[in-house]
Design a protein around this ligand. Structure first.
Ligand code: NAD
Ligand code: TYD
Length: 353
């Protein structure tokens, strides 16, 4: 196996932490460097079990800081990049779009530019893998076919516009400078360690505290759900066996209306906490719809299935059950976040932000 020194950005976040864990365990001969700014969404507790592994290094830093990124690429002789660092929440992008342009657009561009300089046009054995979203394709109507890799980009939110822009920059570096790059566009993830601003963990947390569960609009919007470890396995498959220059869609093939997801979670939480069925249904609160709320996302991952043999392994019911159990077994994780305690933990470990 070739020597691999891999930079994973955003590894302290939700999906990144699962990718770091998979790579650290599966490839003991690789050096895995995790660069993360530790924004509100980054939590070192997500990787407590990986800290101290000989093939793992954590670096606190900002992808927008080109000097620091240059130094890191050279110091660790990085030859592969899996780029996940981003501002990731649509609602925040509506209140603070500039933060999304800064990190998702300028940050990705800084990383590309630093990699181009470091690799000096010698791209043998190098790869830049950019982790993106299905939201770049816009919104589907109820009867439209799922997004494929050839669907035209049509982003609607500041979040998806910033991700679309970063995808275009990655392809521009491929086409202009010959950088070996792959873009993956994935559907909605769920699972352990997801920040409780996103629908599923928010719903679980609010049920546990008997707080209202805000359902935007009529709850009719449809998302295609994928268990986070299936996404990590897809990223691994694409990193090692994907064709440089290509894009791959990754999806759960599992479309559900938001209201159906919310109802299902109330059922699971009620059952696992010993409450009579239906106890938490009264918490559902229909609230003003999100601005520009995309009606439906659905992903066609046939290319990934045919070329690389990847398929989701975790069915939605099983994944939701595992997710709820994880949040019940890790109440301290979510309580630390909602109380702000986790910030004190990493301020003391990593010297503030
Ligand atoms: P997340 O918000 O949980 O984590 C993002 C991580 O990036 C955090 O650890 C944060 O500290 C770090 N970060 C943010 N700005 C940074 C900067 N300037 N420099 C260095 N690190 C920085 O996000 P997530 O849900 O794990 O998403 C990870 C990636 O996957 C994102 O690129 C997102 O667009 C993409 N994606 C997410 C989903 C999903 O359902 N969550 C679906 C498809 C694609
Ligand atoms: P979210 O988890 O924010 O992911 P995304 O916006 O990237 O799809 O939201 C998933 C769906 O749930 C989306 O249609 C918006 C909706 N939603 C609610 O109805 N209530 C909420 O409180 C949140 C956070 C989301």
């Amino acid at each position: 196996m070739a020597e691999r020194n891999i930079l994973i950005t955003g590894g302290a976040g939700f999906i990144g932490s699962h990718v770091v864990r998979l790579f650290v365990h599966k490839y003991p001969a690789y050096r895995i460097v995790n660069l993360d700014k530790l924004t509100y969404a980054g939590n070192p507790a997500n990787l407590a079990d990986v800290e101290g592994r000989p093939n793992y290094t954590f670096v606190k830093g900002d992808i927008c800081d080109m000097d620091a990124v240059r130094d890191l690429l050279s110091r660790y002789d990085i030859n592969g990049i899996v780029h996940l660092a981003a501002e990731s929440h649509v609602d925040r992008s509506i209140t603070d779009p500039l933060a999304f342009a800064r990190t998702n657009v300028m940050g990705t561009l800084s990383l590309l530019e630093a990699a181009r300089e470091q690799w000096g046009g010698c791209y043998d054995g190098k790869l830049f893998q950019h982790i993106s979203t299905d939201e770049v394709y816009g919104a589907l109507g109820p009867d439209d076919a799922p997004f494929s890799e050839t669907t035209a980009y049509d982003p609607h939110s500041p979040y998806s516009a910033s991700k679309a822009s970063s995808d275009h920059f990655v392809r521009a570096y491929r086409d202009t400078f010959g950088m070996p790059a792959i873009v993956t566009n994935c559907s909605n993830n769920y699972g352990p360690c997801q920040f409780p601003e996103k629908l599923i963990p928010l719903c679980i947390n609010n049920i546990l505290h008997r707080r209202p569960i805000p359902v935007y609009g009529k709850g009719d919007n449809v998302r295609d759900w994928l268990y986070v470890e299936d996404h990590a396995r897809a990223i691994d498959a694409v990193f090692h066996r994907g064709r440089p220059g290509e894009s791959y869609n990754i999806g759960g093939g599992c479309e559900r209306k938001n209201i159906d997801i919310v109802r299902r979670i109330t059922e699971i939480v009620d059952r696992l906490t010993g409450k009579p069925s239906g106890t938490s249904l009264d918490l559902i609160a229909y609230v003003t719809d999100r601005k520009g709320h995309d009606l439906r996302y659905a992903i066609d991952s046939a290319k990934l299935a045919h070329e690389l043999g990847w398929r989701p392994e975790v069915a939605l019911d099983e994944g939701l059950e595992m997710t709820v159990r994880w949040y019940l077994d890790n109440r301290a994780w979510i309580d630390d976040i909602t109380s702000g305690e986790y910030m004190k933990y990493y301020d003391s470990m990593y010297g503030g932000r």
